[in-house]
Design a protein around this ligand. Structure first.
Ligand SMILES: CC(C)(COP(=O)(O)OP(=O)(O)OC[C@H]1O[C@@H](n2cnc3c(N)ncnc32)[C@H](O)[C@@H]1OP(=O)(O)O)[C@@H](O)C(=O)NCCC(=O)NCCS
Length: 148
């Protein structure tokens, strides 16, 4: 981001528009959320195309991307991914607004619970979620790739 005037202009939470997809991927790269085994453009495209998923974006009055959260629901639980705020604006409340908007999106669809995963190496970010009422779940997350 060039000029640092975003927090003085109103921040709006909207569905990520097509013209900000590249900016979203750049933000995820900047904030260390991308991994070689995930294609972030494809992740974004699928979430935006799905009937039960989306990517929410925080934008300023000049339509600049400030933050994102990807979310979806599977009929039982809601999950979020790619929660990120532009580095120079972190700590200013945008993350909180995005997470609240994700909760509202899920609540509106009757989803009773929101789940999320934090990578082991990103432990300090847990404070952000704990401050928003998220707690440890007595569970182990397992996974496997579906193609060989
Ligand atoms: C995590 C992230 C989205 C939070 O967004 P943010 O705009 O910085 O968060 P906010 O300003 O809304 O912070 C809300 C609260 O969480 C706290 N907080 C935010 N990030 C924190 C961190 N990394 N460590 C500790 N506390 C944190 C803030 O101090 C604030 O506390 P307060 O309400 O008592 O003042 C942002 O820091 C980010 O993009 N991090 C890098 C990407 C990342 O790791 N995402 C999470 C993947 S699971």
């Amino acid at each position: 981001m060039g000029e640092q005037d975003s927090l003085t202009s109103p921040v709006e939470i909207i569905d990520l528009p097509e013209d900000l997809v590249d900016a979203a991927v750049a933000l995820w790269q900047q904030t260390g959320l991308t991994r070689p085994w995930n294609d972030p453009h494809e992740d974004c495209r699928r979430a935006l195309a799905g009937a039960e998923s989306t990517v929410l974006a925080a934008v300023d009055a000049r339509h600049r991307l400030l933050g994102t959260v990807m979310l979806g629901q599977d009929g039982h639980r809601g999950w979020i991914y790619y929660t990120a705020v532009e580095k120079s604006l972190q700590g200013g409340g945008i993350g909180k607004r995005l997470l609240t908007a994700a909760e509202d999106w899920l609540r509106d669809r009757g989803v009773p619970k929101l789940m999320l995963m934090v990578r082991q190496e990103n432990a300090e970010v847990q404070q952000f979620y704990r401050g928003m009422g998220y707690t440890d779940q007595d569970t182990v997350v397992l996974g496997r790739w579906l193609d060989s």
